[in-house]
Design a protein around this ligand. Structure first.
Ligand code: PRP
Ligand code: URA
Length: 216
């Protein structure tokens, strides 16, 4: 048992396929191309579970070669993806392969490297986001500051239905977001051990933005 079980709004994945991909993702020898592909693949697998509940659906009539039947479908234009820049961008295609028409809003947050405090530097959201299901994505949930503030800022802009997805989470960050936003379900593919003194997740995978975009 990990102490995340105290939070009803936290889902940690226990799946051999995800674990296998996370192992390759962590490896310092994994190339930028492979890293990018793995982030997308893990995101797609997570999205399957994340959208099991809370997705706006409607019933559509479908004519099969044999008869007409009723089938539940996801409502058009009901999901918005909001990556936290920069690293969250790496997860967008992983959802777009399932919902190519999902609109995308962007929130830019950076962590002050000394204080680790997050700061919003950019925000552009699709019109009408208030009534959509908003999937906020960022591969790394470390202190939780960036995710907490991004979600708070989306709520201030009227968003009411929010889910959050991260590939790797530290217990500190997952608890912080879970407590600050009990109405938001937090999906974390893998829960790591702790943070180091610089706010990096251990064992982690290093700096996700740098590994996705080759900046270091
Ligand atoms: C990383 C990561 C998260 C944040 C997590 O971004 O992508 O947004 O740190 O840390 P926190 O939980 O302690 O807030 P970073 O600030 O390094 O910016 P980048 O995506 O531009 O590299
Ligand atoms: N951001 C990252 O990219 N990696 C970490 O380990 C922590 C924050």
């Amino acid at each position: 048992m990990n102490n995340m079980e105290q939070f009803e709004n936290v889902v940690i994945f226990h799946h051999p396929l995800i674990s296998h991909k996370v192992a390759i993702l962590r490896d310092e020898k994994t190339s930028m191309k492979e890293f990018r592909e793995l982030i997308e693949e893990i995101t797609t697998l997570m999205t399957f579970e994340c959208l099991k509940e809370g997705v706006p659906t409607e019933t559509r009539l479908v004519k099969t070669p044999l008869e007409v039947c009723e089938q539940e479908v996801v409502k058009d234009n009901s999901i918005v993806i909001v990556p936290i820049l920069r690293a969250g961008l790496g997860m967008v295609n992983g959802i777009h392969v399932l919902f190519p028409s999902a609109k995308v809003g962007h929130i830019g947050m950076y962590r002050n490297e000394e204080t680790l405090e997050p700061c919003e530097y950019y925000c552009k959201l699709p019109d009408g986001i208030e009534d959509k299901l908003v999937l906020v994505v960022d591969p790394m949930l470390a202190t939780g500051g960036s995710a907490c503030d991004a979600i708070t800022n989306l709520k201030k802009r009227g968003c009411k239905h929010i889910k959050f997805m991260a590939v790797i989470g530290a217990p500190e960050g997952v608890s912080k977001v879970a407590k600050a936003h009990p109405d938001v379900t937090i999906f974390v593919s893998t829960l790591d051990r702790c943070l180091n003194e610089k706010g990096y997740i251990l064992p982690g995978l290093g700096d996700a933005g740098d590994r996705l975009f080759g900046t270091k």
